[in-house]
Design a protein around this ligand. Sequence first.
Ligand code: TYD
Length: 336
Amino acid sequence: MTHRWLVTGGLGFIGSAFVRNVLRERPAIAVTVLDAMTYAGNPANVEEVAGDPRYRFVRGDIADAAAVEEAIGDGVDAIVNFAAETHVDRSILDPEAFIRTDVMGTHVLLEAVRRRGIPRFLQVSTDEVYGHVAEGASRERDPIRPRSPYAASKAGGDLQVLAYHTTYGTPVLITRGSNTYGPYQYPEKLIPLFVTNLIDGEQVPVYGDGLQVRDWLHVDDHARGIAHVLEHGVPGEVYNLGGGNSRTNLEITRRLLELTGRSYETSVRHVADREGHDRRYALDASKARALGWTPAVPFETGLAETAAWYRSREAWWRPIKSGDFRSYYQRQYAHR
Ligand code: TYD
């Protein structure tokens, strides 16, 4: 018997990796993607599976109940919510879209799950909800202290999800992933922005001293972790998915300089720091590991392969960087 999963935001970076991974590795699962195709939702991200008879696409917004109904159709066995505004810097420029998608959109999905009696709902969340952690690593029961409009919107979504479980017994799960990297990431985020700038011989804008720390997770490991939690997680529970690869932004930058053959002196520009910049994130992922998930991609290999992917797939990112991205880049970086 085939099961059908509704994947919202399935044309985005992590969502599309999940869709490609599920259709490749789980023959008994069919997938419906609901995606609003805003700036980061790109049909090219699922090109290799779009012809699969188990793949169905609906264009629409998760905050639009009618679109969600259409995507659910005769019913689905699970909803996995990747649909989100995700970029901290954009949330500082323009928070409204974050509230609409990450808070209202999550609410609309939860209502659909409740009304239709859908047996599983997984909310894809982020380590950013824990806020800055000076030392140690965040565990699922730690208080959440979001500090950017983006993190606060995701935290608002998470709290609704948990409240639905408490109030209505809705069968929910939450995963909180650490910083994710790999192929098909929209070039506004650190790694793809820096790799593509360096390929073009342009400078890379390091915020402040560059000694901020992030914990990096390969997108394939993240996608597998989400599928694993969906199938084996305990309803009502949160699972951290951390890569265990803590690096400063400068360490990442130096490695990318090596991989692209550029020098620090000519390519790195230290610019004004992000407002309210979280200095460090770190996740304790022992709960997900106890459930049977382990990240498999070594960071050095994953980073080198990612740089090579961007080198060989200019046809994917050049159209993105030459379009609306130009005006975004001006708005974000010109004054720094
Ligand atoms: P980002 O990829 O935006 O992810 P997040 O803010 O969700 O962690 O940024 C990762 C780190 O890189 C973060 O500390 C901010 C920093 N950064 C820069 O120094 N310069 C940049 O141009 C960008 C986009 C990020």
